[in-house]
Write a protein that binds this ligand. Structure first.
Ligand SMILES: [Fe+2]
Ligand SMILES: [Fe+2]
Length: 221
């Protein structure tokens, strides 16, 4: 993306060793929990539920059902609202054009990112938990299966957070202009809610889920 110092990628591939965890003949179908989407979620209020103490399978289900479902439900509405603000106020508020571009990039990046987690990384962690349940060890792949996909996910998080920092700067931290109408105000409010939700979502993954999964894997390498 111009001016932001990041290369922008469109593929959903992440590097995982082909033999990861399969030596124990545990298939994704046998070890992964089915993903259920919850439609009616609102990001507030967020309270400390002692996530640090949760089992990792529960934490992953929570992340998918709460945060991933929220993103999928909210993004189409936000993109629609964003386009409407550009049409209505784009001449008097030039920053709306850049906000709209950034939001579209966030949408593409975040949609791929959720897919990567649900199709690759979370099933790997579910398999690791299944291996732990039967006492390990990982017999045929002494190298880490998680480090590459985790590093990719953390990179995605950094890029998406950076896009939101740009939006916050452009909008003067979501300050609603004096000439804004209700639709404009709702757009900034929802945009800020998405940023807040993402902050908590990234915290659960970067600070709790990923380090715990890596250290669990290290027990069996
Ligand atoms: Fe996630
Ligand atoms: Fe993530």
């Amino acid at each position: 993306m111009e001016g932001l110092g990041y290369s922008y990628k469109l593929d959903v591939q992440i590097e995982v060793q082909s033999d990861c965890y399969f030596s124990l003949k545990l298939s994704l179908m046998e070890t992964s929990s089915p993903i259920q989407m919850t439609a009616n979620y609102h990001p507030y209020p967020e309270i400390d539920l002692h996530y640090q103490d949760w089992p990792l399978d529960l934490l992953m289900d929570y992340i998918v059902n709460k945060h991933h479902a929220y993103v999928r439900k909210t993004l189409p509405h936000l993109l629609d609202l964003s386009a409407k603000q550009v049409s209505a106020f784009g001449l008097s508020h030039r920053e709306l054009h850049q906000v709209n571009q950034l939001l579209n990039k966030i949408s593409i990046e975040l949609t791929m990112h959720l897919e990567r987690e649900e199709v690759v990384l979370f099933p790997l962690i579910h398999q690791l938990l299944a291996i732990e349940a039967i006492g390990g060890p990982l017999v045929s792949h002494p190298r880490s299966c998680l480090r590459n996909p985790v590093a990719t996910m953390e990179g995605d998080h950094g890029l998406i957070v950076h896009f939101f920092e740009e939006i916050a700067r452009l909008t003067n931290h979501y300050e609603i202009p004096a000439d804004a109408d209700d639709s404009y105000a709702v757009f900034y409010t929802y945009l800020q809610e998405l940023e807040s939700d993402l902050e908590q979502h990234v915290h659960l993954e970067n600070d709790i889920l990923f380090p715990k999964a890596i250290s669990l894997e290290e027990k069996y390498l």
